[in-house]
Design a protein around this ligand. Structure first.
Ligand code: HEC
Ligand code: HEC
Length: 412
């Protein structure tokens, strides 16, 4: 393509030179022909000028005209295919330049325009938001450090439209405001798209995600981490890795290990700012260090429902499928419920296989392996028997919902 482009440019210059020189020659030739007639109108009016003889016209003149036409035709015939050859390269280049421009604009919004960076950290590594929680009557309840999840992996757990939805409408009841015009925020549709382009540019690789989880578990329980790594290796045949085994049928840890690993993964808020955890959405207060500890004057909950008692809501297989794939807007899950499209999928990369729609494809796997998701499922289905859990049973009238109001600490 580079060769074609240079060749094309060379041909372009040659043609330009021919045209310019030709024009100059024609101009001077004309000027000279004109001069002959200066002051001669009286003896020889222009319309009385004797014209060329038939011999001259049909010989030299005609040949010259025909040859120059042929020459032009030849040039057109050569240049058109050349241009054609170079076109895909030119278009690719143009798309790339566009992409880079969009990413740059997105970065500017992320760091300056909307200051996502203040809460979510540089390049989306995750951070914290200092916030005031008020009760329903506007009474001060507490000042908290609310974890803002890492965004450099967000396009593995959510598809692009889900991220767009979150950016447009925010998370009511949390520090995450509505940013898009659709939700009453300050950013245009184009700017929201630019932010998403920027988020694409900072997504970590699948390998990074694996290492992040493995290192984290090893830091807590090295022996457990080794057993997890072994089971993960034995699952190379799972469909997301390119094999034929359904993830739901993957090899699993012992029940004892599943409870341990599930506890770690479900609750941890320190791994990539809670972006691998479930507790940040499913345990009231977990995002600001008060898991399972309700404030006295505030009936509060988390963004997702309490999962205590979930074993009565669904079979193990249904439960696994939901956590593996996440929720799709308007689709039923647990055979009777309608999904809130903000429950992420942890096993599959929700943006994979959409390259034809222009969505980047970073590989089939999501943030967690089948064995890890199974561990979380086992832990969740045991919450009712867990003495560390102080939460009403899901689906009962005591099940907490967020009724507080949050605002930036500096506004107080
Ligand atoms: C004032 C702090 C703050 C700012 C500014 C902010 N966010 Fe957030 N954001 C949060 C918090 C806190 C959460 C988690 C809310 C929760 O607990 O559910 C969040 C959640 C999100 C999520 C959902 C991630 C997930 O996995 O749940 C996305 C995506 C996101 N923010 C993107 C952005 C972008 C892009 C910007 C800038 C346009 C931005 N945020 C600005 C604090 C902030
Ligand atoms: C960003 C927030 C968020 C995170 C993180 C999250 N969930 Fe959810 N989850 C939700 C929401 C919201 C719902 C409710 C969907 C609905 O019913 O509309 C939900 C629903 C569920 C349900 C169905 C509960 C029921 O009884 O209907 C299960 C099970 C579940 N999540 C498991 C998990 C697991 C396991 C993880 C961690 C691997 C997790 N979730 C992480 C937001 C989240």
């Amino acid at each position: 393509m580079i060769f074609a482009a240079t060749a094309q440019r060379a041909v372009g210059f040659v043609i330009l030179a021919i045209v310019v020189i030709g024009f100059v020659l024609w101009f001077f030739a004309n000027l000279r022909a004109g001069r002959e007639e200066v002051g001669s109108e009286i003896e020889l009016a222009a319309n009385r000028k004797p014209y060329l003889s038939d011999e001259e016209l049909e010989g030299k003149k005609l040949n010259a005209a025909l040859f120059s036409a042929l020459g032009l035709l030849a040039i057109t015939a050569v240049v058109l295919p050349l241009y054609w050859l170079a076109e895909p390269g030119r278009q690719e280049g143009a798309v790339k330049v566009f992409d880079e421009t969009f990413v740059r604009r997105g970065l500017d919004i992320y760091e300056n325009g909307a200051q996502c960076v203040n809460c979510h950290g540089g390049a989306g590594v995750g951070g914290v938001a200092n916030f005031i929680v008020n009760d329903q009557n506007g009474q001060f309840v507490a000042q908290v450090n609310w974890i803002a999840p890492a965004l450099n992996n967000v396009l593995y757990r959510y598809d692009e439209d889900q991220v767009r939805y979150i950016l447009n409408y925010g998370r009511p009841g949390t520090p995450m405001a509505a940013w898009g015009a659709d939700g009453g925020g300050p950013l245009t549709t184009q700017q929201i798209n630019n932010v998403i382009d920027y988020l694409w540019s900072v997504q970590v690789t699948q390998k990074d995600m694996r290492e992040t989880v493995e290192k984290f578990v090893a830091g807590i329980d090295p022996a457990l981490a080794e057993r997890v790594a072994e089971v993960n290796r034995s699952n190379a045949d799972v469909t997301t890795e390119g094999g034929d085994v359904e993830p739901v049928n993957a090899n699993r840890l012992s029940r004892e290990d599943e409870l341990k690993l599930g506890e770690i993964l479900f609750n941890n808020q320190s791994l990539a700012a809670g972006s691998y955890s479930c507790g940040r959405c499913h345990v009231a207060g977990a995002t600001y260090g008060k898991a399972w500890q309700p404030f006295e004057r505030l009936q509060y909950g988390a963004f997702g429902p309490s999962l205590v008692g979930v074993e009565r809501e669904a079979t193990e297989q249904q439960h696994f499928k939901l956590v593996w794939e996440g929720m799709n807007s308007g689709k039923l899950y647990f055979s009777r419920k309608q999904g809130n499209p903000q429950m992420p999928g942890f096993g599959v990369n929700r943006n994979t296989g959409k390259a034809d729609k222009g969505v980047p494809d970073k590989g089939p796997s999501g943030q967690l392996t089948a064995a890890e998701v199974w561990a979380i499922i086992t832990y969740e289905r045991n919450l009712s028997n867990d003495s560390t859990v102080k939460s009403p049973v899901a689906g009962t009238s005591e099940s907490p919902t967020f009724a507080g109001v949050v605002q930036p600490a500096e506004n107080q």
